[in-house]
Write a protein that binds this ligand. Structure first.
Ligand SMILES: Cc1cc2nc3c(=O)[nH]c(=O)nc-3n(C[C@H](O)[C@H](O)[C@H](O)COP(=O)(O)OP(=O)(O)OC[C@H]3O[C@@H](n4cnc5c(N)ncnc54)[C@H](O)[C@@H]3O)c2cc1C
Length: 407
């Protein structure tokens, strides 16, 4: 694959049509945090028939699982699905927060329950999540952990008869303020003196409204205000065993559950390349238009070589990120999705490229670039977030190097 197919371009145009009609008129309300993103996301899913399609696919998968059939594919399918990537890319160029909220709810939250839940747990929580009737959140980060998410985790569960009691708190949780269904990671305190860092990490599903669970208010952020982010507080929340994912404390060879997280990390990091490409495309489009229309000293600024350099560097970034994405899509289709180290390299490069392109777009627009009306300042603020979450870029460096130095 070296370019989008005609069918892909038709999907892209349809997505752009939806964005122009439903998203752009609401952008100020979304980007001030005044309008939560969920109703617009639900109407987007409905407009493209994705709510029905997701519900039908889920039902077919669960029926097959019930019948004891082995599920096909799993995990990396999203990468081979160009409609899904185009949707992410196009939305990111307009309101990264919208797609981030959807990605956490329908991506991380759903995939964790799907890969680790029992059939009954999947039936209980997935139907609402795959249509976004319910808002999902995925909570691992804590004030004192972050990049050291598993080792530094302090949120704790203790057994109490057949139940567990959860205490602690999480922060920076996408959709946290509006979550209906929350996947939460916690250390098991077995009362045997096992050091905190060594304790097992168990994964639970909570529902909003449970006693002792408090959802914090949305934080004010540098960008992505269309994606509500907040804290979660657990004050002796009683959890029945049917909320423990897999209904087992067996976390496999890695006590902290890191093994099963790897496929999710790979998909998430490649997803960041699609989001980065969306921001690069939009910045380049806006910059070219501006370079052709802004006149100084009697000529378009696009005639100045230093402006041309900015456009050329945007094009280099666009080609590189797009090519990386195409290669990853082809590899996934061929059943050989990128390794974690390769996905980390893609995330590292593409998020940096998107941030640099967006900052250069602000510069190209001059004073107008610094004004909210011209949108490039929002794209620059949004792009920066891509260097921080889904594993900070410094952590990506360690994963790329680990891959290179292995053996
Ligand atoms: C908008 C947004 C949404 C988020 N959504 C979620 C969510 O839905 N769920 C969730 O669980 N979390 C979420 N997060 C949290 C996110 O995953 C963390 O912010 C991220 O992992 C970094 O952790 P930290 O912020 O604690 O930074 P820290 O880990 O404190 O890092 C501080 C600095 O040290 C660097 N650093 C850390 N370790 C190393 C190292 N070994 N070598 C070199 N440098 C290092 C980091 O790169 C960073 O520059 C979100 C964050 C943001 C900003």
């Amino acid at each position: 694959m070296f370019e989008w197919s005609d069918e892909d371009l038709m999907v892209r145009d349809a997505v752009r049509g939806f964005i122009d009609k439903e998203v752009r008129p609401n952008l100020d309300a979304l980007e001030s945090g005044e309008l939560p993103p969920y109703d617009i996301l639900r109407s987007m899913l409905a407009a493209f028939g994705m709510d029905t399609m997701n519900a039908e696919r889920l039902e077919a998968d669960l029926a097959a699982e019930e019948a004891g059939e082995q599920k096909k594919g799993g995990g990396s399918n999203a990468l081979a699905d160009s409609m899904f990537l185009i949707l992410n890319m196009e939305m990111a160029g307009v309101s990264l927060g919208l797609i981030a909220s959807m990605g956490v709810s329908m991506g991380l939250t759903v995939s964790t329950i799907r890969s680790r839940g029992t059939l009954a747990q999947k039936r209980r929580w997935l139907p609402g999540l795959v249509t976004m009737e319910k808002v999902g959140a995925w909570a691992i980060t804590e004030p004192d952990s972050g990049s050291d998410a598993l080792g530094g985790m302090k949120t704790t569960v203790k057994r109490d008869g057949d139940d567990y009691i959860l205490t602690g708190n999480k922060t920076f949780i996408t959709n946290g303020p509006y979550a209906d269904t929350i996947v939460v990671f916690a250390k098991l305190d077995e009362g045997d003196g096992t050091p905190m860092r060594e304790r097992k990490v168990l994964t639970f599903v909570l529902d909003a409204g449970m006693e002792g669970l408090t959802l914090g208010k949305p934080f004010k952020k540098m960008g992505m205000m269309s994606s509500p982010t907040g804290e979660l507080f657990f004050d002796n929340v009683r959890i029945t065993k049917d909320r423990l994912l897999g209904e087992t404390e067996d976390t496999g060879s890695d006590r902290r559950g890191g093994d099963s997280a790897k496929a999710g990390f790979t998909a998430e990091r490649i997803g960041i390349a699609a989001l980065s490409l969306g921001i690069i495309n939009e910045c380049q489009r806006l910059s070219i238009d501006y370079a052709k229309s802004r006149t100084l000293w009697g000529q378009e600024i696009g005639r100045f070589q230093l402006i041309q350099l900015k456009l050329a560097e945007m094009e280099v970034a666009r080609l590189n990120v797009q090519n990386m994405l195409f290669v990853a899509m082809e590899a996934a289709k061929a059943g050989k999705p990128p390794t974690l180290a390769q996905a980390s390299a893609m995330k590292l490069y593409s998020s940096r490229a998107a941030t640099e392109v967006a900052m250069e777009a602000v510069q190209l627009f001059g004073g107008n670039g610094y004004m909210a009306e011209y949108r490039v300042e929002q794209l620059a603020r949004d792009a920066k977030s891509l260097m921080i979450y889904a594993g900070s870029n410094e952590i990506q460096v360690t994963h790329v190097a680990k891959g290179l130095l292995a053996d």
